[in-house]
Design a protein around this ligand. Sequence first.
Ligand SMILES: [Zn+2]
Length: 332
Amino acid sequence: MKDKIISLLAAFETENIGNSFPLDYCLPVYHCVSDDNLPHIKHIIQYKNTKQFEEDLDCLSKYFQFVSWSEFKDFVKGNFKPQKKIALLTFDDGFREFYDTVLPVLERKGFYACNFINPAFINNQELMFRCKASLIIDEAEKEKIADPEIYKMLSMENPSKEDFKQQVLKISYHQRDLLDQLTEKMGIDCDTYLREHTPYLTTEQLKTLTQKGYGISSHSWDHPKYGELSLKEQMESTDRTFNYLKENNFMYESFAFPFTDFGVKKDFFDELFKNEELFCCFGSAGVKLDSVEQLFHRIPMEMGTSGKEILKKEIAYFRLKKIINKNKIVRK
Ligand SMILES: [Zn+2]
């Protein structure tokens, strides 16, 4: 219902997105761009292919000016006066496709991007728990006869493939052992998958990206949902990643929430910004303001539609929320 109203309103948005965009900065977030079928991502993220990604970039660059990290910082401090509203391109999760597929496009166009990575997965040491969920769903879809034992592990009895998928997607960070049990039961060897497909960037690639001027920054240690963690757990994951970035001479001035900042309370931000070397952090609530001034919200660009459509919807939604005074997240 909500989505239908937004789509309807978006249809009335003007063609000049640059004028109607309500903020003076636009922060798109992607995970992956690929022309291939990627079983470890396809059931959790609707990633775009190269053509769709380039169309997004062309649309964005028509209305916005892409900036580098230092320009973004200067802009926030009021020391950078852009010609258009600015856009800072960001990528999460540190997938290898950033190096193989995205980098050539960005180098050709001369655009900067910042990568928010999880050190636990760099060099293909481990697969993020959600990627394991994607592999499980992929395997289940291929199988003609399902094993009732597998359903039993999820307390399900003869579910539809869709119900099974939804149940697997519900498995949280704290329940991630269950995903390991499921992969084992289904004969999915995550270590072999990591070795054969190398889904993540390597330290070598991160160093090359840094040399080329691209940002490598924090997305937490191993991608927990922060709203489900205690303050102590939140800070452990954050500090450990900060130290890793600093040791490797990567960019330790920013942090992007894994999944979402939803449910994260003010006490975390108070603790986070005790670290004076941290400039800001990023959420992904779309076009939205926040009572935490150093928290900037990004626009998820992998929603199954074109970048232009996504921006129009975001503009329409922001306008709607403004009427009812709900366009700012207030943390307590
Ligand atoms: Zn992520």
